[in-house]
Structures are given as C-alpha cells and as structure tokens.
Design a protein around this ligand. Structure first.
Ligand SMILES: O=C(O)C1=C[C@@H](OP(=O)(O)O)[C@@H](O)[C@H](O)C1
Ligand SMILES: C=C(OP(=O)(O)O)C(=O)O
Length: 457
C-alpha cells in the first residue's frame, strides 16, 4: 500500500527525557504473597469493547500502565466517556458499534504496539479519519502487517511514514468489505485488528491462523454479545468467523493478574536461593502459559494452586520456590504462548545446568526493541555464554553468574525487568541504563519486588 508521506513531529514519550538507571544486587531470599497488576492484553481490549458497546462497561482490575492509559485516552478521543472510579476501577460509556467520531488531534499510543494496532482495526469500519502516532520505539515497528488486510477491506491510508510506519493517517470506510484473511505471522494484534475491523463490515469476516495466538479478542467478542465462531485449523491453528455489524452490549470485565508481569517475580523466586513467593490470581489462559510449561520442564518448583474460573478465564495462585533448573529445548510452536517471556526465560536459562535452546524467535525482532539482539547483548554484558543462530537463542547456564552490565534496555520494559531480575542472583549485581519504560506495563514493579526482599536501587 503506498501513500503520501505524513509529516513527523518529534516522537512522544520518554524518548526525549533523561534516562533513569538502576542497579539490582544479590538479594536475600525473596518471600511474600503478591498480586501483580491486571493483564495488559485484556485491559486494552476491555476499554476498546467498552467504546463499541451500548451502555456502561464496568472494568475492575484494569492495568493502569502507560500503554493502557494511552488506549483509554484514544477511546475518549473517539467518543467514549471514560471515567476512573477508583484504583483499577473504570467505566466506559460506549458509542455503539457504528458511532465512533473523528478525533480532534493525533492519537498517541506511546510505546504500545497492541494499543495502536487494535485501534487501527477499530476505526476501519467507521466514518472516521484518525492519525496514529507513538514514541521512537513504536515509530520503528512494522504496521504494514495490519495496514495490508485493512486496505483489502477498503480502508484508505491517507498518509504514512516510510514503509507504512507511524505516524500514519487512516480513513475508515462505512462500506467496509468483509475478508477471509490468513495471518502471515503469528500475531494476536493482527488477528484482533482484522476482527475489530470486521465489526463494521457487512457479512462474515474470517481470520485463519496457522498457530493459535492469545484469544482474548475472540473471548471478549462473545462476552459483549457478538456472533463469533472459533474452530481448529490444521495442527496448531484456528479459524475465527465473526458475523459483522453486531450490536455489542456493555458487559462487566474483571481483569485477572497478568502472567507476563508475574513472570518477573516468578523467575526471581526460582533463581534467588531460599526464595518462597506466591503470586495470586494469575491468568492461566492456555495460550499465555508457555513460560510456566517451560519452567516446569526445567525442573522448577511451581505449585499451581486454587485453580478456578473467574470472568471467563482460568486463574490460579502460583507458589514458587527456589529451584535447581536444567536446560531444555523450547520448541518453536510454543512461541505464541510465551512470546513476551523469552527475555526472562533467558535469565532463568543463565542459571540452569546445561544448554537451553529457544527456537523460532523471529517475532522477537519487532517488539519494543529487537529483543533477540537486546537479550544477547545483555547476556554478553553479564558474562553469560550464549549464541544467536538464525532465529534461535542458545544459552549455556552456570551456577555462578557474574552479572555486571551496564545493560542497554532500548526503550523496552521487558529487557529492563529481565536484567534487573538477573541482578538479584548474580555475583556483581546488574545495572540497567533506563527503568522508565517499566511503567508501560508494570508500574508497581519496583516497590513490589522490593517488598519481596529484592535489593534494587
Ligand atoms: O494482542 C496482544 O495483546 C499482544 C500480542 C503480542 O504481540 P503480537 O501480536 O505482535 O505477537 C504480544 O507480544 C503483546 O505484548 C500483546
Ligand atoms: C510486545 C509487547 O507489547 P506491545 O506489542 O503492545 O508494545 C510487550 O508488552 O512485551
């Protein structure tokens, strides 16, 4: 898809602010019982579905991280009345499935790929023109993966930066065509953008994925009253069929604790000797628990207790104790279920006996940073033997990890948190260059980790 170039003002966010470095030091045993904040994926979607629904959607446990707050602002700019009622408690008064209005100013999604890509899908079937922007990290990330299927449905790209990157302007279409789209990369964001566009198309929109990715959009479509069918496709895939132009009705959403955030205290407890930590209310959606599966294979002592269903999702408490880990091979088909957890899995692998080979990590290259490169550079700065072979990351663990740094975090919250966790069990501790971006997904990371006994300053 080609388009005239958009003028590019300075990117938003921390990119222009001075960095905030921090150091994590070898720590005493971690202990305690904590609930990490609400799931980021579910939080974005709760707000967006609230925008489309008729009536007032009440959300509890919403993640109040910068990524989600930017989505809340975008929902308001598109016409919803968005109110914060208390900590994690929000109300969205929606505009109905066809009622979005053009925002007065560019929508700024900061650091968030999920926010911007889902919202591009959301405006697709609306009589709306909107400009999408973000910080320097988000401006580098590929948007064509969403623009291509939206263009096939009839959305016009009015302006974009080189390669279809942000900032870009979309003109939605009130006569959007439904599509049958097979996603070329395993991406819940691409799938969700097409399904959200499909809300505005007359007829059935079908998304086919060769490997199943997180299914929160499908679940929420059903929860808000849409007619959506999910069928198996091939060995690992799914076929999702959505009937267009449904009336969505406001429905309460109780956001469970984010397994991708829980990953940090979880791995910290495994590698800091003597630790015993319980993480409560963690979402155990099967498409999100690849890390737990892998760590159990590595010999981790993780007890899954009080498993139950809350608000349509499996949740459980996880009791985690320091463990002697061993290296494993992580198959490529597991990648969608643990995509954001590879950086912290690499940290666990650094303390495991033997070699851990993580296969098929190409999607890590297009996250907030090139995570494959950032993890490799961080491991090198901490004296950990590793190798990147094609799209595989191979880490050779040892009982005595040197640490050190400084680790460059590249505007990436998960790189910052992963290497701080590594510092807690390393000989010299670990310094990272910037912790400001942790606020995008886990704003309480520092106090929560310190509360468990972690030494970070
Ligand atoms: O749909 C979502 O909420 C997300 C999907 C994943 O991205 P991709 O769809 O690009 O794999 C993940 O990395 C991101 O943190 C959240
Ligand atoms: C990749 C991530 O998020 P996003 O794509 O929404 O920026 C993440 O949180 O690790």
């Amino acid at each position: 898809m080609s388009a005239p170039s958009a003028s590019a003002p300075a990117p938003s966010g921390h990119g222009t602010l001075p960095a905030t470095p921090a150091t994590a030091r070898r720590s005493p045993p971690l202990s305690g019982r904590v609930r990490v904040p609400g799931d980021k994926s579910v939080s974005h979607r709760a707000l967006i579905f609230g925008l489309f629904a008729q009536g007032k959607t009440r959300i509890t446990g919403l993640l109040e991280g910068e990524d989600v707050l930017n989505t809340a602002k975008a929902c308001a700019a598109l016409g919803a009345r968005v109110t914060r009622l208390g900590e994690g408690e929000w109300e969205v008064e929606g505009v109905g499935a066809r009622g979005l209005s053009s925002p007065a100013a560019p929508l700024d999604f900061g650091n968030s790929g999920t926010g911007v890509r889902l919202m591009m899908g959301a405006v697709a079937g609306q009589n709306v023109t909107a400009t999408f922007d973000g910080d320097a990290s988000l401006r580098r990330r590929p948007m064509k993966r969403v623009l291509d299927p939206l263009a096939a449905m009839g959305v016009a790209l009015a302006a974009a930066s080189e390669g279809g990157r942000l900032p870009l302007t979309l003109k939605g279409s009130a006569t959007l065509k439904p599509t049958v789209y097979e996603t070329p990369v395993p991406s819940a964001q691409v799938k969700s953008a097409v399904l959200l566009a499909g809300l505005g198309a007359a007829g059935e929109t079908v998304v086919i994925e060769r490997e199943a990715t997180r299914d929160h959009t499908e679940r929420m479509l059903a929860h808000f009253g849409a007619d959506v069918r999910v069928e198996p496709h091939g060995t690992h895939g799914r076929r999702i069929t959505l009937k267009g132009r449904p009336s969505l009705i406001a429905a309460p959403v109780d956001v469970p604790a984010d397994p991708s955030s829980a990953a940090f205290p979880l791995v910290a407890a495994l590698i800091v000797p003597g630790s015993d930590v319980t993480l409560t209310d963690v979402m155990m959606n099967p498409l999100r628990i690849g890390l737990v599966t892998t760590l159990l294979e590595m010999g981790a002592d993780i007890a899954v207790v009080a498993e139950r269903t809350e608000g349509g999702e499996r949740v459980a408490d996880l009791r985690v104790r320091h463990s002697r880990l061993k290296g494993v091979e992580v198959p490529p088909e597991r990648a969608p279920a643990m995509i954001d957890e590879y950086p912290v899995l690499a940290v666990a692998a650094a303390f495991a006996e033997g070699v851990t080979r993580m296969r098929g990590l190409s999607e890590l290259r297009v996250k907030e940073s090139d995570r494959l490169a950032a993890v490799a550079a961080g491991l090198a700065a901490c004296g950990i033997a590793h190798e990147v072979k094609g799209d595989d990351l191979i880490v050779t663990g040892s009982a005595g990890v040197r640490g050190g740094g400084p680790v460059e975090t590249h505007m990436d919250h998960r790189i910052a948190m992963s290497f701080l966790v590594l510092g807690l069990a390393s000989e010299q501790g670990v310094s990272v260059d910037d912790v400001a971006f942790i606020a995008t997904s886990f704003p309480t990371f520092m106090p929560m980790m310190r509360g468990l006994g972690a030494v970070i300053n």
